[in-house]
Design a protein around this ligand. Structure first.
Ligand code: ATP
Ligand code: MG
Length: 485
């Protein structure tokens, strides 16, 4: 390796010359020289060269004395010594003082280069190892600083049965009031949050990413994403979404207020529009315009009542819950929607399993949710299509499927259809009236009932919404109401 610094200590100018000009410089080493033991020692201690090549027989301080002094100073610089023939006993003593190699004068250049290479190999390996250790240590420190200082909570557990904690950063300790980082202890022992434990298990069971919203003891809300990492375990990254939740609440409140205030002027527009024909005979064009006004007002009124409804449902912390017979609710919904289906010559049927469990809920709200889904199925299915509502018991829970063989929902729209005001924008949906609030009302209602809803759909084949509701007999807390995804 070029550039290594080699100190030559020899009183003989001939040998200093030979080493510097024929061994070191041509082979890329950087030479340092000393012409006696004292200065050799001084330079060695001051400059810390990579290797010392030293004559043992020098006037003044001998090579052996220099070695002893270096040894005492704790030096680890490898030394090659040069001796005259017949001083083998000296060599033995020198080796005890840590000399790496010796060459007998006169030596040839090749022989010296080989000895140097041997002595330096160890140094090189040690250097590489030290450099690697330093890099790893620096990277580890960087990573640690990032993990510790980031605002996001990071919680890593291993793959053992007890979910032992590998790392819990500062944000996690603070959020869950942990006294220590809980390293190497089972998650369940350290963190009391049921939803968090539950979602960690969910990610493990399904070996896929799981999400949850975690309400914290200090009234903040975290959004947690738990990702399985092969060969390591699972990591939860948690963001504080308190601010977003608050914004959402303010937005809903604003929408409710505005909708409410819009209602009365609309009622009078509608009232006066209804009165108009009574004042005098309208000609054909006037009647046509009036019809436009009425249908416009109807659409806006419906939208406002949806908005107000959504606001109300979202704000209902505790709904009035009673034991509900889903079969009865579904029958009513079907009866209410039958007309609409008949207008489109659609076949609307229901199938209610005999052992369908009753659920704890608000029958009006549940009916509203199912009506929205059935009315969507009718709306987004062509004439003579088939729509079915099938309710059954699975794993002790109530499962309701609303299926149609309609236009279907494009893959890229599926993640958004439960968002407020989201509507699929395609040639097929053109002319179908709606505000995009129906499904967000449905989802809010189902989640208020500790249930889950999801959709499967294929373009041109049909759509199926599935709702799972816990049975009224199930003890509360065994189904995560905060879960989604
Ligand atoms: P409204 O607020 O009047 O219900 P909407 O029906 O447009 O308006 P959502 O019920 O929230 O709104 O539905 C959102 C979108 O999802 C719809 O615009 C439609 O594109 C799509 N969609 C919902 N149900 C179905 C279905 N059964 N088949 C195909 N597309 C559907
Ligand atoms: Mg709808």
């Amino acid at each position: 390796m070029a550039g290594e610094r080699v100190l030559v200590v020899d009183d003989s100018l001939v040998y200093r010359d030979l080493l510097v000009n024929h061994v070191l410089t041509p082979n890329g080493y950087e030479p340092l020289t000393a012409n006696d033991g004292e200065s050799g020692l001084r330079i060695a201690l001051r400059e810390g060269p990579d290797l010392i090549i030293m004559d043992m027989q020098m006037p003044g301080m001998t090579g052996l004395q220099v070695l002893e002094a270096l040894h005492q100073a704790g030096s680890e610089i490898p030394v090659i010594m040069m001796t005259l023939h017949g001083s083998e006993d000296l060599a033995v003593r020198a080796f005890r003082l840590g000399v790496k190699d010796y060459v007998i004068k006169p030596f040839d250049i090749e022989e010296m280069l080989i000895a140097m290479d041997r002595a330096l190999t160890e140094v090189r390996l040690r250097r590489e190892r030290d450099a690697l250790t330093r890099t790893l240590e620096a990277e580890r420190r960087q990573l640690e600083a990032v993990l510790t200082n980031t605002k996001e909570g990071i919680l890593l557990v291993d793959d053992s049965d007890e979910d032992r904690i590998i790392l819990a950063n500062h944000a996690v300790c603070e959020a869950f009031n942990l006294e220590s980082d809980g390293a190497n202890r089972p998650l369940m022992e350290v963190v009391q949050d049921e939803v968090l434990i539950d979602v960690f298990q969910q990610a493990k069971a399904k070996a896929e990413i799981a999400h949850a919203e975690l309400p914290l003891p200090d009234d903040r809300t975290f959004n947690a994403n738990i990702t399985p990492i092969q060969g390591v375990g699972r990591v939860a990254v948690m963001q504080d979404i308190t601010y977003l939740k608050e914004l959402d609440r303010m937005k809903s409140e604003f929408v409710s207020t505005v909708s409410h205030d819009l209602r009365s002027p609309l009622t009078s527009v509608k009232g006066f529009a209804d009165l108009l024909p009574q004042v005098g005979q309208l000609n054909e064009q006037q009647a046509y315009f009036l019809e436009k006004i009425r249908s416009g007002v109807d659409t806006v009124t419906e939208m406002i009542s949806d908005l107000l409804d959504l606001g109300r449902i979202e704000a209902e912390v505790r709904m009035d819950l009673e034991e509900c017979d889903l079969g009865v609710i579904i029958e009513k919904v079907i009866a209410g929607q039958r007309n609409h289906a008949e207008l489109k010559k659609q076949y609307l049927r229901m199938q209610i399993g005999p052992d369908l469990p009753s659920v704890l809920g608000n029958p009006v709200r549940l009916g509203q949710a199912l009506s929205n889904l059935v009315s969507n199925a009718i709306k987004y299915t062509a004439e003579k299509g088939r729509i079915s509502v099938i309710a059954s018991r699975e794993d002790g829970q109530a499962v309701i499927k609303i299926e149609d063989n309609g236009m279907g929902i494009p893959q890229q729209d599926l993640p958004h259809i439960f968002d407020k005001f989201y509507r699929v924008d395609r040639p097929e949906t053109e002319g179908i009236i709606g505000s995009g609030l129906g499904l967000s009302i449905v989802k809010t209602i189902i989640e208020k009932h500790r249930g889950r809803i999801w959709v499967d759909s294929k373009m041109g084949v049909g759509t199926a919404f599935t709702i799972v509701l816990p049975s009224a007999l199930e003890p509360p807390g065994t189904t995560g109401s905060k879960r989604s995804g």
